[in-house]
Write a protein that binds this ligand. Structure first.
Ligand SMILES: Nc1ncnc2c1ncn2[C@@H]1O[C@H](COP(=O)(O)OP(=O)(O)OP(=O)(O)O)[C@@H](O)[C@H]1O
Ligand SMILES: [Zn+2]
Length: 654
């Protein structure tokens, strides 16, 4: 029953650990009672008194929980435990009853302690943020609480201090330790945004100019323009999301819960029947009751209840330490069971920062005019191809923006349309030209093929009813891509498929270089959806790794969506099931390996919990053990299961 492990009912008079102290006090009075009872000269009333006090301390929290649940009409483990303890008292086995309450409450206090430990690394995130910021006001600096920061405020970040807000660097260059958010241990180089006149929105700025609240500045001072309020910062949202994660149940958790719903009433029924065993077999009512209570203890599915949530939480905590946000038990279990992964190409398997290869003018169109057109139009688009083209031309030609382009509209999977000097312009693939009723001549087609042959991504430029030029770029695979895919294969991923909007041939070339099993090109976003549907039909569970640029619909459809570089992308962070905060593809085998390990541990835990019950129940029914041993094994398995789950906190890839 995961709920009762997540919060405590009743008093907290001894602070956060009241539950633990109460349990220890219970144990203390139990011991006292035991000593007094064996000390023959005292009257039996005195040890009894000690046992009663032990009952009060041991039973307090359990009774509170049982009562809350009873009010909701739920009979759960706590209720069973109270019944067992009261029954033990009735038959005069006060010591055993007190032992039961002691171990049960200790077990639970330890569970809570363990779970707190698991959530601690996540909760530590909330301590990440700086408390104050150095606000720059003209030349004056003023220290203010971060909550008072407003958008577009400029703050100064001194060397080796925490960055107090999400924003863009406007002055200075430094290295920043982003480990708290992305899990990357290497500091990242950051520079000022080049064009302070026109600062785009947060998610359109290249990450080398962005800083995040909670990360740590290196050797040089920075000036940062605040682009997000404290409550909306990446770290605040991370904390919020991780807190939500705890309340989402995994499929196994739901299944065990369902099982308990049927199982617990059966236990109650069997135990009730056992109370009347004396009717059939020659024994006293007390003997029957004793057996019934022992069976009750043995049959309680306490370990089962804690086995999955403790593993899920430990795994999520471990992932968070490495900059991987897994949003709940379902995502974790799905990720642990996929054997098929679909990848987006641009920005996922490739760097996403293509270099400009060729700019070619046709039809006597002036080349420098073509360059200018490309720069003006592409700088208005935030597609990675557009960014690369605009940036490269700008640097090469030393262009400054003249704002000659307007009305930019992205045509998904095809390119963009806009106006340049008030005339319609189209930049994109052949499909886009066809849509615009521009005929692609044989000569142009041949030129496209030449470029494709070299592995370049080709785009055409249609302007004033003519195809006036061609531009090609080349994106390179991430350095770690090939190795990562190899590792994925090793841990059991069978199908790795690339879904790209780029030309089939470019896709094939990249796929071969890095070792994908399959590549599909020329896909519009809706084709990616269709491809995903087909994959799901054949493989049942499919993960999709992407950046959300043109693959959001396909990602949404996948069993488990994985966003890369989520630290800079609001949408990806919010919508993906798993977010790799860093841009590091190599975190994928870690995340999947961890998920698989969790699945294994969950299965082991369920096996242990059910196994102990399966052995203990017949043994107790046959009267082969006493209540003390039943208590020891029952609570022992709970503790074993929790410790097994905690191993995930130390998970590393082999
Ligand atoms: N802003 C743009 N400027 C020029 N061409 C574009 C632009 N956006 C898209 N295109 C053209 O449309 C094609 C498909 O784009 P899309 O965004 O679907 O995929 P992609 O970025 O090439 O690859 P992936 O699907 O792997 O991310 C591109 O290959 C390019 O030819
Ligand atoms: Zn429990």
């Amino acid at each position: 029953m995961p709920e009762h492990h997540n919060h405590t009912h009743g008093t907290q008079i001894l602070g956060k650990r009241t539950e633990l102290y109460f349990s220890l006090l219970c144990g203390l009075f139990l011991l006292l009672g035991f000593i007094l009872a064996t000390w023959s000269t005292v009257t039996p009333v005195i040890p009894l008194l000690a046992y009663i006090i032990a009952y009060v301390f041991g039973g307090y929290f359990i009774t509170m929980e049982a009562a809350t649940k009873l009010r909701k009409g739920l009979f759960e483990i706590d209720f069973l435990m109270i019944a067992a303890a009261l029954g033990a008292a009735y038959i005069g086995s006060w010591a055993e009853g007190a032992l039961l309450l002691f171990l049960f409450s200790l077990g639970h206090a330890l569970e809570h302690y363990a779970l707190n430990k698991a959530t601690k690394s996540i909760k530590a995130l909330s301590n990440l943020s700086a408390k104050t910021a150095l606000l720059k006001n003209g030349e004056a600096l003023k220290e203010i609480p971060i909550e008072q920061l407003a958008l577009n405020d400029v703050i100064v970040v001194r060397p080796h201090t925490k960055i107090a807000a999400d924003g863009v660097i406007i002055k200075g260059a430094s290295t920043v330790n982003q480990a708290p958010i992305t899990g990357e241990s290497m500091p990242v180089d950051k520079t000022a945004f080049p064009d302070l006149q026109q600062i785009p929105s947060f998610s359109e700025i290249d990450k080398q100019h962005l800083v995040f609240s909670g990360t740590i500045n290196g050797d040089n001072a920075l000036e940062v323009r605040v682009l997000k309020l404290t409550k909306d910062s990446t770290v605040s949202r991370l904390i919020r999301m991780v807190n939500d994660v705890e309340t989402q149940k995994s499929p196994t958790q739901r299944r065990t819960k369902k099982f308990e719903k049927i199982y617990v009433p059966i236990v109650i029924a069997v135990v009730t029947i056992l109370c009347f065993a004396f009717v059939i077999i020659p024994e006293s009512f007390e003997a029957s009751l004793y057996r019934a209570i022992t069976v009750l203890v043995a049959a309680s599915p306490c370990a089962l209840a804690i086995s999955t949530p403790s593993a899920v939480l430990s795994a999520i905590a471990r992932a968070a330490q490495r900059g991987v946000l897994i949003k709940g038990g379902k995502a974790l279990e799905d990720l642990g069971s996929v054997t098929t992964i679909a990848f987006d190409k641009t920005g996922t398997l490739t760097e996403g920062k293509p270099s400009l290869k060729e700019v070619m003018a046709f039809q006597n169109f002036d080349k420098s005019e073509l360059l200018k057109l490309l720069f003006e139009v592409e700088k208005l688009s935030n597609h990675p191809l557009a960014k690369a083209i605009a940036q490269a031309i700008k640097e090469k030609e030393q262009l400054v923006s003249a704002n000659l382009a307007a009305n930019v509209k992205a045509v998904q999977g095809k390119g963009i349309q806009a106006t340049y000097k008030n005339e319609p312009v189209y930049i994109g693939n052949t499909k886009l030209m066809e849509d615009a009723h521009l005929t692609v001549s044989e000569a142009v087609k041949n030129q496209i093929n030449t470029q494709l042959e070299a592995g370049e991504t080709v785009m055409l430029v249609g302007y004033k009813n003519d195809i006036v030029g061609l531009v090609s770029v080349m994106d390179v695979p991430r350095k770690t891509a090939a190795k990562t895919l190899q590792r994925l294969k090793k841990i059991g991923i069978k199908n790795m498929i690339m879904l790209t909007g780029d030309h089939e041939r470019v896709g094939q070339a990249i796929a071969q270089q890095i070792g994908l099993t399959e590549s599909r090109g020329n896909l519009l976003p809706e084709d990616k959806v269709t491809a995903m549907k087909t994959l799901l039909k054949h493989n049942n569970k499919v993960a999709m790794v992407g950046d959300g640029v043109n693959d959001a619909p396909a990602m949404a459809l996948s069993t488990v969506s994985i966003a890369m570089g989520a630290a800079g992308s609001d949408v990806a962070l919010e919508t993906a099931d798993v977010a790799l905060m860093s841009d590091k593809l190599e975190m994928l085998p870690f995340a999947i390996g961890l998920s698989r390990a969790s699945k294994r541990i969950i299965n082991q835990n369920i096996f242990i919990s059910l196994g102990v019950v399966a052995i203990l129940v017949p043994v107790t029914i046959l009267g082969l053990t006493n209540i003390g041993l039943a208590v020891l094994f029952h609570e022992g398995s709970t503790i074993v299961v929790v410790i097994n789950a905690l191993r995930l906190l130390a998970y590393t890839e082999d």
